[in-house]
Design a protein around this ligand. Structure first.
Ligand SMILES: Cc1cc2nc3c(=O)[nH]c(=O)nc-3n(C[C@H](O)[C@H](O)[C@H](O)COP(=O)(O)O)c2cc1C
Length: 182
């Protein structure tokens, strides 16, 4: 089974979760990078607010892996004003991700799941196997807490990957049944 982790990040929290997931599930990883870079503070904070509120689709650079080549795709985002990174709206415009097995994850300053709700709605044509949200793992005061959160994310991802593998085996079995009519 081919697994891909897609993510965006500014400060590295979502990246840390993406890497923990990728390591545990033996996945390829692609970071979605915006053409116009944004910081998490100052005037850029307002620019991001503007993009989210007015539903802007910012430009993104091409990235290494085509999601359509994968059986299972983990998609991760920081929470921005209760939404996912609008860079994904650009991506989903160019690459239609439907009829894929996906799992969504986010990192935020609070435990709000609103970004994941909007993400789920946006990707309703895919099979969403699960969602995971955590609070800023790398902003934790001590390394143990960071490790605990990242381990939890990795365990969640492994469960999703096992479930996806089982589903694919069953789908293949059904497919063979139709071909060989047994
Ligand atoms: C522009 C902006 C808006 C944010 N809005 C929210 C929000 O609505 N809810 C929340 O819980 N955290 C919010 N945060 C905090 C980020 O979601 C959190 O720090 C996240 O872990 C950052 O991910 P990153 O380190 O991968 O960039 C916001 C941060 C930024 C920069």
């Amino acid at each position: 089974m081919k697994v891909l982790v897609l993510y965006t990040t500014i400060d590295g929290n979502t990246e840390a979760v993406a890497n923990a997931i990728a390591e545990k599930t033996d996945a390829d990883v692609s970071k979605i990078v915006r053409v116009s870079k944004r910081h998490a503070y100052g005037i850029d904070y307002l620019r991001i607010w503007f993009e989210v509120i007015f539903n802007r689709h910012p430009g993104i650079f091409p990235f290494k892996h085509d999601p359509r080549d994968y059986d299972l795709i983990f998609i991760g985002t920081p929470v921005w004003f209760n939404k996912y990174n609008p860079a994904y709206d650009t991506l989903f415009e160019v690459i239609k991700i439907y009829d894929r097995k996906i799992a969504l994850f986010s990192t935020g300053a609070t435990d709000s799941q609103k970004a994941l709700d909007k993400f789920s709605k946006k990707l309703k044509d895919s099979v969403i196997l699960g969602r995971y949200h955590c609070i800023e793992p790398i902003f934790e005061d001590n390394e143990e807490d960071t490790k605990r959160i990242l381990d939890e994310a990795a365990t969640w991802a492994k469960g999703i990957a096992d479930e996806a593998e089982k589903m694919i085996e069953e789908e293949e079995f059904e497919r063979r049944k139709t071909i060989y009519k047994f």
